[in-house]
Design a protein around this ligand. Structure first.
Ligand code: PM9
Length: 459
């Protein structure tokens, strides 16, 4: 192994959580009982859990110590003051409203910023984000560059917004009919692909000229900042903190799920610069989350998040984080496995279209592949294809995303390179008999965010 290409873990392990593997027959049984939905498996039946990097992170000794400093006053907790000061220092926004997790912030932002019938522009959709936008009468339009929809195209900054698409839709629909631009850093469903600083600067200039707000989905901001440092000219000598601050200087606010780059198990927040919007958010947060000084979070959790945000910007941490993900991608590519290229910041996405060319998209190839990987090896992953994409709100027809993928998501500071080897070997083994993978169909389809709780059977 090349230790500079794949740096060793920049931490020592102080506490462990034993894992074990059940046998293949049992895995077949529990997968069937879970309706062939990996979300519905019991954690204790899973060997290596790559379902998500959301809330599954290992906190540091400093964060655990922070939990003991929880000020659980109903209002005005000192941990809120710490979180607020940290977010203002790192991101530079005027106002911070805590929420129980990212979708709480999305609910607030969509409700206060979208008038029914307005367009919301984004660099590819995210499930909960688009749900809240559409639930508030918004019409979502994807304006990411076309490259992002091509899994095998290996080019940097595949998360960039297509400037021509942005200008075209403003000209066609009129700036007053656009609620805001939602710019995700990184883009989860495109494979964890980053957005370049150049693109953020251009988007901001156009939107400011047209008086359109730009709100970031900041969920994986630190990973995005690392890619800029590594790959964008002029940023190699800047710190992650400097890059982060510049990134957010081009935005009018952001939603944040602390469960990812905040390196905690729960929490999130909404940031805003505009005082009127902030006032509207504080009025609404009391209805859905709690007082504006806790927004559904315990004091101790706000403390852990304040500390985690700073830790995620330490160079040794974030370099290891991104390169560990890349290591898994490199191992899979060496074995000839089709994945989204280049490797993103939080996960490796198997390209189910090329993995299972014998299955039509309507036979849910990624859902089937995620299940077979669990049965083969005890490794849990997540479908990110037609099932996740859901149905068009107007027509009721299935969205048919070009990317039909299975996400192997790496929790932060939880698994080692050896675990990545085990995962790569498991996928490689399955690839050898991939034509045995059978399609699935729904037996229960929830009306919204169907992927979480749907149930399936073999065709
Ligand atoms: N992401 C993930 O596994 C957890 C829920 S969906 C399976 O990737 C982005 C880019 C996310 C995200 C959650 C949220 C919502 C917003 N934006 O889960 O509500 O990746 O904290 O955040 C998940 P919360």
């Amino acid at each position: 192994m090349d230790y500079s290409q794949y740096p060793a873990e920049p931490f020592r392990i102080k506490m462990v959580e034993p894992v074990s593997m059940i046998g293949r027959e049992e895995r077949e049984r529990v997968a069937r009982e879970a309706g062939y939905n990996t979300f519905l498996l019991n954690s204790e039946d899973v060997y290596i859990d790559l379902l998500t990097d959301s809330g599954t992170n290992a906190m540091s000794d400093r964060q655990w110590a922070g939990l003991m400093m929880g000020d659980e006053a109903y209002s005005g907790s000192k941990n809120f003051k710490h979180l607020e000061a940290t977010v203002k220092e790192l991101f530079g926004f005027n106002y911070v409203v805590p929420t129980h997790q990212g979708r709480g912030a999305e609910n607030l932002l969509s409700t206060i910023s979208i008038k029914p019938g307005q367009y919301v522009l984004g660099n590819m959709y995210f499930t909960t984000t688009r749900f809240h936008q559409e639930n508030n009468g918004g019409i979502f339009v994807d304006i990411i560059k076309d490259e992002a929809h091509d899994a095998s195209l290996n080019v940097p900054f595949k998360g960039d917004i297509d400037i021509a698409k942005l200008e075209k839709i403003i000209a066609e629909k009129g700036a007053e009919n656009i609620a805001y631009v939602c710019l995700a850093v990184t883009v989860n469903l495109a494979g964890g692909q980053p957005v370049s600083m150049k693109n953020m600067r251009e988007v901001s200039a156009i939107c400011r000229q047209n008086k359109i707000n730009v709100f970031y989905d900041a969920t994986r901001f630190a990973e995005n900042a690392y890619f800029i440092k590594e790959q964008e000219e002029g940023y190699e000598d800047k710190s992650i903190q400097e890059i982060t601050f510049e990134m957010f200087s081009y935005a009018d606010g952001c939603t944040m799920s602390g469960k990812k780059d905040g390196i905690v198990n729960i929490g999130g927040f909404l940031c805003l610069n505009d005082h009127d919007l902030y006032t509207a958010a504080t009025e609404l947060v009391t209805v859905f989350e709690g007082m504006p000084s806790y927004g559904g979070m315990a004091g101790r959790d706000m403390e852990a998040l304040a500390i985690g945000l700073k830790e995620s910007m330490q160079f040794e941490y974030i370099e290891h984080r991104v390169k560990q993900v890349r290591y898994l991608g490199d191992r899979l590519l060496e074995a000839g496995i089709p994945i989204i290229e280049p490797a993103g910041g939080h996960a490796i996405f198997l390209d189910a279209r090329r993995f299972c060319p014998h299955l039509d998209q309507k036979e849910l190839p990624a859902q089937s592949l995620a299940n077979e990987l669990f049965i083969e090896s005890g490794v849990r992953s997540m479908e990110r294809g037609i099932v996740s994409a859901g149905r068009d709100k107007e027509t009721g027809e299935n969205h048919m995303p070009k990317l039909e993928t299975v996400r192997l998501t790496i929790p932060r500071r939880v698994y080692t390179y050896k675990h990545m080897d085990v995962v790569a070997d498991a996928v490689t083994q399955l690839y050898k008999h991939r034509e045995d993978i059978r399609g699935l169909r729904f037996v229960y389809e929830p009306k919204q965010l169907r992927f979480f709780t749907a149930r399936f059977e073999h065709i």
